[in-house]
Design a protein around this ligand. Structure first.
Ligand SMILES: C[S@@+](CC[C@H](N)C(=O)[O-])C[C@H]1O[C@@H](n2cnc3c(N)ncnc32)[C@H](O)[C@@H]1O
Length: 226
């Protein structure tokens, strides 16, 4: 148990697309959409984030590594599209690997199942070659201190909701993220709440509001104004 987190109070919840998410002790918040964790991650972060980057070598940064689902889906996308991918994520409360078995949708895919296990079991705070085309650095630290060694082409901002953790959606924090974006890089996030849009604008971002994943009206993609 770390930093006062009692993981026995967290429960796994199977979502309809063969993936799972974790429910927080209150059950009022989860790590992903309970209507489809994989579906939501693919839509918000892969389709509307990673897929828009027009490069063969891509740096992805993430706020909130969590279960590693976004990392795995990024690895899968890199494999399918012949990319070299550098993935840097921060996480203040690492989930014990034994709570994170491979999700069902990986059942018939030995390569991705092994990649999942490597992503979970590799050590924190150093860089690993998970495959020949995917490096991973998962840093056990707060986003406020997180300074990735390479600037991000796309930043997955996957914090708990603004209601649960408002401090993760402040102009100050977005400004910090903006300082670590490569030229032309973007931030994508599932929340399109008013306070998020205001904070992003205050931090110097231009916002695109996009249709949301299933059961959500909108999501955001944001670019830093120069
Ligand atoms: C919505 S979940 C992320 C889900 C994750 N991206 C995935 O694919 O499973 C939010 C994550 O942010 C983490 N978190 C909370 N406060 C943080 C902070 N100050 N810095 C970095 N991560 C934080 C939480 O522990 C949690 O893992």
């Amino acid at each position: 148990m770390k930093k006062g987190v009692d993981w026995s109070l967290y429960s796994r919840f199977n979502t309809p697309d063969g993936s799972y998410t974790l429910l927080l002790p209150s059950k009022a918040e989860s790590y992903h959409s309970v209507y489809g964790a994989r579906t939501e991650s693919l839509y918000v972060f892969i389709q509307n984030g990673l897929q828009t980057v027009n490069k063969r070598q891509v740096v992805v940064c993430e706020t909130g590594f969590g279960t590693g689902l976004n990392a795995l889906l990024t690895l899968e996308f890199a494999q399918l599209n012949g990319l070299i991918l550098h993935y840097h994520a921060c996480e203040l409360f690492p989930i014990p690997a034994e709570m994170l078995p491979p999700p069902k949708f990986l059942n018939k895919n030995v390569f991705l199942s092994n990649a999942w296990l490597n992503i979970q079991n590799c050590s924190w705070n150093r860089t690993h070659n998970i495959t020949s085309f995917f490096t991973l650095a998962k840093m056990e630290q707060s986003i406020a201190e997180f300074c990735p060694i390479k600037k991000a082409d796309v930043w997955f901002h996957d914090a708990f909701s603004p209601k649960t953790q408002p401090e993760m959606w402040s102009a100050e924090l977005f400004s910090h993220i903006g300082n670590h974006l490569a030229e032309g890089g973007c931030l994508v996030t599932y929340s399109a709440a008013g306070q998020v849009k205001r904070a992003l604008r205050e931090a110097g971002f231009t916002i695109e509001r996009l249709p949301g994943p299933p059961r959500k009206k909108h999501m955001l993609r944001a670019f830093r104004r120069n």
